[in-house]
Design a binder for this molecule. Structure first.
Ligand SMILES: Nc1nc2c(c(=O)[nH]1)N[C@H]1C(S)=C(S)[C@@H](COP(=O)(O)OP(=O)(O)OC[C@H]3O[C@@H](n4cnc5c(=O)[nH]c(N)nc54)[C@H](O)[C@@H]3O)O[C@H]1N2
Ligand SMILES: Nc1nc2c(c(=O)[nH]1)N[C@H]1C(S)=C(S)[C@@H](COP(=O)(O)OP(=O)(O)OC[C@H]3O[C@@H](n4cnc5c(=O)[nH]c(N)nc54)[C@H](O)[C@@H]3O)O[C@H]1N2
Ligand SMILES: [Mo]
Length: 764
């Protein structure tokens, strides 16, 4: 038995630990100068958009906003290590498969386009023109365009994503599985129903005015460190921060802002969260319903005693639909149900409701802890219901804020990466290009995997990302990729998805965000992205390309499109030579992008108007619409609680990873070092299992489809987490997430509610 990997937790998030970690990261990248120079240009008006996350940028930021996440993302891309043809000559694909996710990307940046050679089981260099020709020929040879799947990861720029969707729709399909299907899909679905727009309604400056911020199911200390700065400033002004998270996350407790010297010396500001609640996994809808119940009870009491109203009657009357049905649903929900499902006491929930009622302006933020459950859409509707009660939407300092993940995942959706696009968008494309667009909805991620497995799909194209490792049931998805006639990966670094070649397979290496993108005439080009606050801004790289053979994502898409469709309808080369022309097309076909090229070049860019933020409701009722759903009959935690050997597992991120990209093996804030195969568990659960910290177990999936799912050799880490709930890292635990378990209405894999048991192993 060993426990050496469990060490001291960092005292506070941010602070010296972050600085030290960053220095190390830059040095390891082998290119400290390129890295450091790049950092000074991240999220600046004349620099590139940081690939780290989708949090907004300050209005008047004149110096680099320090962010550990950003440093890692930039250093990761600016590395001097290269995955050259030599690497692929030395190793067969079968050999490379033995490398871990961490090791495989450590090989560095891809330098040449590669084609898989089945005879030698190796990737060999190929000319760009030959690659495009062969890809085009295979695509044209399919008996239906619906036999191809076109995946997008959320780093693609607006320009690349728009060109990609144009190519694919002119080819004839809406098969656009994208990372959003695994991420904030539920937020989009729920918000469209509730407020008529699938995006958040707040701006960064609203955080300067809010009296209370509710942070639900999110770990900004690791995943959105710059948000922590905004939360800290709010806390310092006296705003209250109520956190709902089953796990006590360091970053939300105490935070030393590297921007604030005094705090760095003292080792952390006062607590960021004024109120920290630890619900059971999947218990948030019950917790929010409970708060709403408390608010309505307070309203009744105020009315009876002739005191001022608690709820915003004017807002409800003028702007809302279906309040009565909602009130009935709340009345029908008992405190027993609420306490059992949330795991919080009525007193705790009433206290949290007090924070809400005591605040004139409230913002609610959330991320994967809310969106990756079975009943995520209903939970987000409940968050909206709760915020409507006191009119906390569409006024300064208040609103709904789903915090997006990938730096341009929101923009990709805006410009058409959508398997079920609005008819108006297709109409606009038809009008602009004079060609019919496919009207049949396409495949999302789960449907695409199904089609790839059952033979309906024969081609997989990935615009970035790591499809095989990001998706559930890893073994099945590996098989799905290997069954394809053609797999194409547009990528910056090698990853495991590339090592599951179809009959023909290409790795097409592209420029990253930090690199200068020059067209044939030598003119450098910029791209654009949209952040979580719907700000669209330009991004231009500053580093020399990792290899002279790289093409931009736009140029690669244009090359494939030309080889597949010819240049009759669209002059692909002209577009790839001048991205302004792509932006003109976006302006012509998507509302909100008027004078795109001009406004993009203004420092900080421009804001895409959000109707709901102006209290205009493009919903079915024409109003902000309450949802009146009952609580789920049973959460994964409740099911597990009824059986002594079952546990509800969530798969989250360590501090040293970016999704499937593993930067290192430490999780500093959680005190785990040099080890990723761990399971966080309540000490009493550990005891009742007769186990101790560091004991080795197999984690066994307990989904009811008869499939055996095992994640072998994981170590227990005792942690402050509710009994019955456990946690571990993605992507390692994706072998346990069943393809058959998906969110109601969102179809998002339920990565945060996986039923598991543990099986003892002899210590290694
Ligand atoms: N450094 C870094 N930055 C990133 C990423 C990264 O991998 N690394 N990924 C990017 C992407 S794509 C995304 S989507 C975001 C992800 O950002 P997050 O959503 O913060 O990511 P997770 O690590 O999945 O963390 C989920 C949090 O929700 C909590 N949680 C889990 N289940 C529940 C629940 O049932 N209820 C509640 N209340 N809480 C719960 C977990 O304990 C954890 O704190 O970050 C983006 N930024
Ligand atoms: N169990 C579990 N599964 C999850 C999640 C979870 O919390 N738990 N989270 C889900 C979420 S929120 C998301 S967003 C998905 C993420 O799914 P993906 O977006 O598919 O995965 P990433 O790990 O972000 O992709 C990393 C790869 O992107 C490529 N890349 C990096 N930068 C660039 C670039 O600039 N251009 C191009 N073309 N390629 C680039 C590199 O080759 C790198 O290997 O995973 C989902 N899967
Ligand atoms: Mo995400």
């Amino acid at each position: 038995m060993t426990t050496v990997f469990i060490g001291k937790k960092s005292a506070a998030a941010g602070g010296w630990g972050a600085l030290k970690s960053c220095g190390k990261r830059l040095m390891q990248s082998g290119s400290p100068l390129a890295g450091a120079r790049a950092l000074l240009k991240a999220n600046q008006p004349d620099g590139f958009d940081c690939p780290g996350c989708a949090w907004g940028d300050p209005e008047h930021g004149s110096s680099f906003e320090f962010c550990e996440n950003g440093v890692k993302a930039v250093a990761w891309e600016a590395t001097e290590k290269r995955a050259t043809p030599d690497l692929f000559a030395r190793h067969t694909v079968t050999e490379l498969k033995q490398q871990s996710d961490y090791e495989i990307e450590l090989n560095g940046r891809l330098t040449h386009p590669l084609r898989y050679d089945r005879g030698s089981d190796r990737y060999l260099p190929v000319e760009w023109a030959d690659a495009f020709r062969e890809i085009g020929a295979i695509l044209r040879g399919l008996d239906s365009p619906n036999r191809a799947e076109f995946y997008t990861s959320g780093r693609a720029s607006n320009e690349a994503a728009y060109l990609y969707q144009l190519f694919v729709r002119l080819f004839g399909t809406n098969n656009f599985p994208d990372c959003s299907n695994m991420c904030h899909e539920a937020s989009g679905v729920a918000l469209r129903q509730a407020i008529g727009v699938g995006k958040g309604t707040v701006l960064l400056e609203d955080f300067e005015r809010a009296d209370a911020v509710f942070v639900i199911g999110q770990n900004p200390g690791t995943n959105h460190p710059r948000m922590l700065g905004d939360l800290r400033r709010a806390a310092m002004r006296g705003a209250r921060l109520a956190v709902f998270n089953p796990v006590r996350e360091k970053g939300l407790e105490r935070f030393a802002d590297p921007q604030a010297k005094i705090e760095m010396i003292r080792g952390g500001s006062q607590a960021i969260a004024s109120h920290y609640y630890q619900p059971r996994l999947g218990g948030d809808m019950a917790a929010v319903r409970g708060m709403a119940k408390a608010v309505l009870a307070a309203e009744d009491a105020a009315k009876a005693e002739d005191r001022p109203a608690i709820i915003d009657h004017a807002f409800l009357a003028e702007h809302c639909a279906d309040f009565d049905a909602y009130r009935a649903a709340v009345d029908a929900t008992t405190w027993e149900e609420i306490e059992d499902q949330s795991g919080l006491t009525r007193a705790q929930i009433e206290e949290a409701a007090g924070v809400y009622m005591g605040a004139e302006r409230v913002i609610c933020t959330w991320a994967m802890g809310v969106t990756q459950h079975l009943h995520s859409v209903a939970t987000i509707r409940e968050i909206a219901n709760f915020m409507f009660l006191r009119g906390n939407i569409g006024r300064p300092g208040a609103g709904l804020c789903p915090v997006r993940g990938h730096s341009n995942v929101q923009g990709d959706r805006t410009v058409g990466i959508n398997e079920n696009p609005p008819a108006a968008f297709l109409d606009a494309l038809e009008a602009r290009f004079g060609t019919p667009m496919p009207r049949e909805p396409g495949h999302n991620v789960l449907a695409a995997i199904g089609a790839m497995l059952d033979g309906t799909a024969e081609v997989f194209v990935g615009l970035g990302g790591n499809f095989a490792r990001a998706t559930p049931d890893s073994a099945l998805v590996a098989e799905a990729l290997a069954r394809q006639k053609l797999t194409v990966h547009i990528a910056t670094k090698p990853n495991h998805s590339h090592l599951m070649p179809g009959e023909a397979s290409f790795i097409l290496p592209c420029l990253g965000r930090t690199e200068i993108d020059r067209n044939g005439a030598g003119t450098s080009q910029i791209v654009s992205v949209e952040d979580s606050m719907s700000m669209v801004h330009g991004s231009g790289g500053i580093n020399a390309p990792a290899s002279p053979h790289l093409l931009s994502e736009v140029a690669i898409i244009a090359g494939m499109a030309e080889a597949t469709l010819g240049s009759g309808t669209v002059d692909w080369r002209a577009l790839s030579d001048d991205y302004d022309r792509i932006r003109d097309l976006i302006e012509d076909t998507i509302p909100g992008f008027e004078r795109y090229n001009e406004r993009l070049r203004v420092p900080r860019g421009f804001h895409l108007r959000n109707a709901a933020a102006h209290r205009e409701w493009n919903t079915a009722t024409g109003k902000a619409t309450f949802g009146g759903e009952a609580l789920p009959a049973e959460t994964v935690h409740q099911r597990a609680a009824r059986n002594a050997h079952l546990f509800a597992l969530q798969t989250f991120r360590s501090h040293d990873q970016y999704n499937t990209t593993v930067y290192g093996l430490d999780d500093r804030y959680r005190g785990v070092y040099g080890e990723r195969n761990v399971v966080f568990v309540h000490p009493d659960d550990l005891k009742s299992f007769g186990a101790s910290a560091g004991d080795l177990v197999d984690v066994v999936g307990e989904f009811d489809d008869g499939v055996e799912r095992i994640a072998p050799a994981f170590r227990f880490v005792p942690y402050d987490i509710p009994r019955g709930s456990v946690a571990g890292y993605y992507p390692e635990l994706n072998v346990l997430v069943p393809l058959g378990s998906a969110g109601v209405e969102s179809d998002t894999p339920t990565s945060k509610s996986v039923m598991v048991s543990f099986r003892r192993r002899e210590a290694a």
